[in-house]
Design a binder for this molecule. Structure first.
Ligand SMILES: *Cc1c(COP(=O)(O)O)cnc(C)c1O
Length: 360
């Protein structure tokens, strides 16, 4: 069985964790500080604040930029549920926007229509789905023109870039995830990045019980801190991230050249965008038959996502909707993610290609 996902952990992660355990200081400390510093350097970001997960990073980011009760935030209909939940946690409501059928990302044209329909909306949360940067020029222009705060959910796209600029640097703030299925992991973990010192300061306070100085609380904060144990894993992974991403891209290019079955629609490569392939997601009509076939052949697969967010139970409420998302729905009905992780062997890659090409 070839799994669909495989985190790559080695001696570096082991010795980093062991060092923290032996120090006796497990909570947020020097490793977290170092991880934030290294992540800033890697991502060319000004400020980075580590948190306990991608979801808590998103929530802290929302509150740090001033999203609150009753605010409207534009969000792609096609993402992991946490993107929408973070908006809800802040007391705001997502306004779901349909996707570009080619990239799978939030469509700038659809965003434009929604801005007209929802004057006064406060922000747009852009998700770089599967590791492919969204249409940042068009979206940033719209956001600027209409005074909308631009935010990024970079959970699937660490290391990706658009016209030479790494994701996470396009808006007021961005959030990353280091869950084990992402391109790098810290076990659980996340990061808020921003170029704005006041947003950074707020995020740091929100993540740490609302306190700047111990036991003096300025706001109702949260315990969203990352621990030094997790940061030690993250630091070791960050060192390997470029290599991991290069290998993912290499694997994707191999699939792109070798998968020739006309029943399979492959993900696009777009000039000026570095797609880091957190997922290699193909599209197949009659998905159930195809996935049954993959299982029979011992190839793991994932369905990200079988349902668009506005169709999920907590979001069916009319207040949150008022739109149609035909392209997102179409993708949700046909997407299949196949193994793309860096440690796939040439034999495994060839077997996957051969199996898919023999499907009829
Ligand atoms: C993984 C993911 C998250 C949530 O990250 P966690 O670390 O699992 O909390 C948020 N948004 C997107 C798009 C994701 O893929």
């Amino acid at each position: 069985m070839i799994p669909q996902i495989k985190p790559l952990l080695g001696r570096e992660e082991e010795s980093g964790v062991l060092e923290v355990l032996r120090s006796g200081m497990l909570a947020a400390g020097s490793r977290v500080e170092e991880f934030e510093k290294q992540f800033c350097a890697y991502n060319n970001s000004r400020y980075a604040i580590a948190s306990s997960s991608g979801t808590t990073a998103l929530h802290a980011m929302m509150e740090a930029v001033g999203i609150g009760t009753g605010d409207k935030v534009f969000l792609t209909a096609y993402s992991f549920i946490a993107s929408a939940n973070a908006i809800k946690y802040a007391g705001a409501n997502p306004i779901f926007v349909d996707i570009d059928p080619v990239t799978g990302n939030l469509s700038p044209e659809e965003l434009k229509k929604n801005i007209k329909k929802h004057p006064g909306a406060k922000a747009v949360l852009v998700v770089h789905i599967f590791g492919l940067p969204a249409e940042m020029d068009e979206i940033a222009e719209l956001a600027q023109k209409h005074n909308i705060i631009l935010l990024e959910d970079c959970a699937q796209a660490v290391g990706a870039s658009y016209r030479g600029v790494k994701v996470g640097n396009f808006g007021r703030a961005a959030a990353f995830s280091f869950y084990p299925t992402k391109n790098m992991t810290s076990g659980e973990g996340g990061m808020v990045v921003t170029g704005d010192s006041s947003v950074a300061e707020k995020a740091r306070i929100i993540i740490n019980q609302g306190q700047r100085r111990r036991y003096f609380h300025e706001v109702v904060g949260y315990n969203y801190r990352m621990s030094d144990v997790h940061a030690a894993i993250g630091l070791a992974q960050l060192e390997k991230l470029e290599r991991f991403n290069r290998k993912r891209i290499e694997n994707a290019k191999f699939y792109d050249r070798k998968i020739t079955n006309p029943k399979i629609e492959k993900p696009v490569f777009i000039p000026d965008r570095v797609h880091v392939f957190n997922q290699y997601t193909i599209r197949v009509a009659g998905r159930e038959k195809f996935t049954r076939y993959l299982s029979e052949k011992g190839i793991g697969y994932g369905i990200y996502y079988p349902m668009i967010i506005p169709d999920q139970i907590p979001y069916r409420n009319a207040r949150d909707v008022g739109g149609h998302w035909p392209e997102a729905k179409k993708l949700a009905g046909r997407c299949v993610s196949i193994p793309i992780y860096p440690s796939l062997t040439p034999e495994e890659l060839r077997f996957i290609v051969e199996t898919i090409n023999n499907y009829d």
